[in-house]
Each structure stands twice: as structure tokens, then as C-alpha cells.
Design a binder for this molecule. Structure first.
Ligand SMILES: Cc1ncc(C[n+]2csc(CCOP(=O)(O)OP(=O)(O)O)c2C)c(N)n1
Ligand code: SF4
Ligand SMILES: [Mg+2]
Length: 282
């Protein structure tokens, strides 16, 4: 294996003996502690990407993040930025309040699919419609992980969960919601994209999406959302590697990857076709 030389020494860098072999440095904003996540869970990977992006964009000191209720409830214990804990589903509403009183802050929300696409549907839709200058991270693992693996709006048809033990049946339980595509239709949304933690190449693309969604806010754009398709090996009844295969297969088929909309940070309301006609045109 070819190893890259280490960059300049950092205050918390690895000991000198290994300094010349350093190929990866944990961003300082990712706190040095074990997480409560189950083995193989994607939340930890997404935390690391956030930490990397925030560090690269020099955001940690300016950030106020909003933590969800769900498996990522303790995100504030792992990322060394200011956090507010929101009631379930209300992260976009809490973030809106923060945005209004702290216009200079970098405002970030982190929510699961039960949180964002079920319990907080109204909050996310209206924050997006208002074009709130917020960067939203939406971790879609197709299930209510924290509470024991119940069906979420994002659960695939046929998927067994503790509340759909025979598999999700469209006639009884409806169809999965592609909420990122729904939100992307709203002119207040500057950027909406879907990536995944399924493999190394995808993780790199997901990081680029998160970075773009952060840059949109820095540049003064409107609402920016990144959906991260993630895995829940425990809730899915799979090993971590089986869950990644499942993610790459049926999950990505149901929730296609890519940038859904990028209106550009500078797009004004007029550019988005929403302005009322002027009186002379009316
Ligand atoms: C208003 C409200 N409804 C339900 C709950 C219970 N609850 C806590 S976490 C959770 C599931 C979270 O699922 P998700 O947002 O998908 O996050 P995950 O654990 O899968 O990451 C639920 C239903 C709650 N705390 N508050
Ligand atoms: S229950 Fe699922 S989402 Fe929650 S920590 Fe475990 S693997 Fe991750
Ligand atoms: Mg979930």
C-alpha cells in the first residue's frame, strides 16, 4: 500500500512515530469518544462527513446545529459545535427561530426519516417553502430505528418492520414518499440532493453534496437539503454488510441518487418565477 506523507503537524496529531504514515486525520470537531450507534450504522459516517465539511469550510465556530429525536439524538455529544435539541419533527421550526435571531450563524439541522418525513412533515415543508437559509441533513434509513424498527413513510414496499411484520402492503399502508423530490419542487429550495453511505465512492459523492448544501447557505441561498440513504442493520434484521448490499440494491432503486435541484445561491425570487406580476404587467 502506498502511504501519503502527513501534512503539517496539528496540535492533536498522532504521535511522531506514525506521523510520516498518516493517511487520514480525524477532524477536531468530531469528538474523540465512542458513539452509542450499533455496529455498522450509517449515522457515524454521516457525522464524520459533516465534521470534515464543517472543518474545510471553517464553520464550527459559527455553527448552531439542531439535533433530532431518533437514534441521532446524541449528535451533540459527538460533534463539537453548539447544538439545540428540538422536539421530534420540529428541527426546521427551531432552526427557523435560530436563523431569525442569529442571522450571522451557520444553521444546520440533522433529522431521521421518521422525524423529517412523518412526525415533522409540516415543519419541513413550510421551512422549505419559506426558503429558510438552513442546511438540512436528512438521514433516510427507511425505518424508525430508535424506537424498535417500526415502519416509516420511507419504508420500502414489502419491507418487514415491527409494525409491518408481513411486509409493507401498499393497499393497507400506502406507498413510500420521496420527500426530497417533493420539497425540490418548492421555489424556496435552492439545493436538494440524495446520496448514500453504501460504499466508498458514494460516500465521497455524499460529502460533495453536503459541502454544496453548506456552501449554499454561506453564499446567501435559500433552503438546502441533502438526503443521505443510510442503513439500519438492527432494524432491518441484517448484518452490516448485508445492509449495505440492500442499500445499493432495492433502496437506491426506490430512491434514485443525484442532485435533484440546484437553483444556484444567487437565484432571486423573481428568477424562481414566483414574483407577482408588476402592476403595469397585470
Ligand atoms: C412527537 C413524538 N412522536 C414520537 C416519538 C417517539 N420517537 C422517538 S425516536 C422515534 C423514531 C425516530 O426515527 P427516525 O427519525 O427515522 O430516526 P432513526 O432512529 O431511524 O435514526 C420515535 C417515533 C417522540 N419522541 N415524539
Ligand atoms: S437502531 Fe439502526 S439507526 Fe439506530 S443506531 Fe442502531 S443501526 Fe443505527
Ligand atoms: Mg430512520
Amino acid at each position: 500500500m502506498t502511504l501519503r506523507a502527513a501534512g503539517p503537524a496539528r496540535p492533536d496529531a498522532v504521535p511522531d512515530a506514525t506521523a510520516g504514515r498518516l493517511v487520514y486525520h480525524k477532524p477536531d470537531v468530531l469528538l474523540d469518544r465512542s458513539t452509542h450507534y450499533c455496529p455498522g450504522c450509517g449515522h457515524g459516517v454521516i457525522h464524520r462527513l459533516l465534521a470534515e465539511v464543517m472543518t474545510e469550510l471553517d464553520l464550527p465556530a459559527h455553527t448552531i446545529a439542531v439535533a433530532p429525536v431518533g437514534c441521532a439524538v446524541f449528535a451533540y455529544d459527538y460533534l463539537n459545535v453548539d447544538f439545540v435539541e428540538a422536539p421530534h419533527g420540529r428541527a426546521p421550526a427551531v432552526a427557523t427561530g435560530i436563523r431569525r435571531v442569529r442571522p450571522e450563524a451557520f444553521v444546520l439541522t440533522y433529522q431521521g426519516d421518521g422525524d423529517l418525513a412523518a412526525i415533522g412533515t409540516a415543519e419541513i415543508v413550510h421551512a422549505a417553502a419559506r426558503g429558510e437559509r438552513i442546511t438540512a441533513i436528512f438521514v433516510n434509513n427507511g425505518i424508525y430505528g430508535m424506537t424498535g424498527g417500526q415502519m416509516a413513510p420511507t419504508t420500502l414496499l414489502g419491507q418487514k418492520t415491527t409494525s409491518s411484520p408481513n411486509g409493507r402492503d401498499a393497499a393497507l399502508m400506502g406507498y413510500p414518499i420521496r420527500i426530497t423530490e417533493m420539497l425540490a419542487q418548492l421555489p424556496g429550495v435552492t439545493y436538494a440532493a440524495r446520496g448514500t453511505v453504501a460504499d466508498v465512492a458514494s460516500i465521497g459523492k455524499l460529502k460533495a453534496m453536503i459541502k454544496r448544501a453548506c456552501q449554499v447557505q454561506i453564499d446567501g441561498g435559500g433552503f438546502a437539503l441533502v438526503e443521505a440513504l443510510s442503513n439500519c442493520p438492527v432494524g432491518w434484521g441484517m448484518t452490516p454488510s448485508q445492509s449495505l448490499e440492500h442499500l445499493k440494491g432495492p433502496v437506491v432503486e426506490a430512491f434514485p441518487l443525484g442532485v435533484i435541484v440546484d437553483r444556484g445561491s444567487a437565484a432571486s425570487v423573481v428568477d424562481r418565477g414566483l414574483a407577482a406580476p408588476s402592476q403595469s404587467e397585470a
